[in-house]
Design a protein around this ligand. Sequence first.
Ligand code: NDP
Ligand code: MG
Length: 387
Amino acid sequence: MIKVAILGSTGSIGTQALEVIAANPDIFKVQVLTAHANHRLLRQQIERFRPEMAVLTDEQAAYELLKQGVPPEVRFCRGVAGLELAASMDETDVVLNALVGFAGLAPSVACINAGRTLAIANKETLVAAGALVMELARKKQVAVVPVDSEHSAIAQCLAGEQPSAISRLLLTASGGPLRGKKTSDFAGVTLQQCLKHPNWEMGRKITIDSATLMNKGLEVIEARWLFDIDYERIDVVVHPQSIVHSMVEFCDGSVKAQMGLPDMKLPIQYALNHAERLPVAYTRMDFRQALSLTFEPPDTDAFRALPLAYAAGKQGGTYPCVMNAANEVAVQAFLDGRIRFVDLVPIVEAALTAHSGAASPELAEYIEADAWARLTAEEYVNRVGSK
Ligand code: NDP
Ligand code: MG
């Protein structure tokens, strides 16, 4: 039995992970469930999966849940300390970090320190502090397993291959809801347009990141750390059908691609089941139907978040952490209707320009850089929002 701790069980990845577990009750057991504020859904999940431990990080939500009552055999904790405890329980086999944002970093570190396998959906952990996290994982001999579909695809392509034979990683991108648009089209882009992703149903933050292509920028940095490869050998290819989830080019020119219908349950179960495949009853690709797969280069003039992320990644140190924090603030402000779509990337750019970074940061310096970038980005938000 594989015991799984799910951090962020009420989110898009978290609920799909629970579907995978419910479909395989002989293989997986839920040990921990955590959420931020959605106490109603967490309560339903507790009733159904009966974990050993449950956590709510929002104090008010925790109070509401306790009022409703938690089964006595479930240990209930609240706050960020509870989350770190949840990531480092005895006997956990895999911690699935499905939190959104920088809030995922401390639990990732706690998980690795406790020697538990980390299945990482929370890409912000690796974007903000990839050097520190992967170094710690090496020291503690802990596996950091990708959940993001592109990185899972790359891991699947690399199975049985020598790292020295890799020429390039080719991350595919759907292009998001604004694919084909030019900078001059962006002025009128609405929140509703951005929230309609053509191929994937995901949480709101990543959906906005997909509209700007910042998500792909974050994924480039995520790939750099997961596969220990330099930025010159990571390319992005726009593939609107989201069937090829990513590719690896090898030294002999051969290119391996991993294909499948866009369904996050596949990479989730591959990660939770230690890279062993499980039979599933989900819909399959049907090659009796005509199928076109197309590939094109990304438009980096219109979608400036992508080159910005490469640049921040290459600068290294705390720069990607600052980029990530400023982006989180800007995306939230856009979701709240405080800024326009066209303000998103300039806010991130301005925070990066104003930053003077630490070269080999410790955890405390990442936390400091994140806090600084949030304040700085918030000032820009207030400035552009009041125009
Ligand atoms: P969601 O917003 O749907 O879910 C986020 C989860 O984290 C929820 O359980 C939420 O609780 C909890 N949470 C939010 N903020 C905090 C906080 N400050 N402290 C503790 N818990 C918090 O996100 P997604 O599932 O879409 O994404 C999760 C991660 O996976 C992201 O890093 C994303 O980039 C990545 N990812 C997602 C994909 C997808 O298909 N959704 C695909 C590939 C990667 P509550 O519900 O109570 O707010
Ligand atoms: Mg992805």
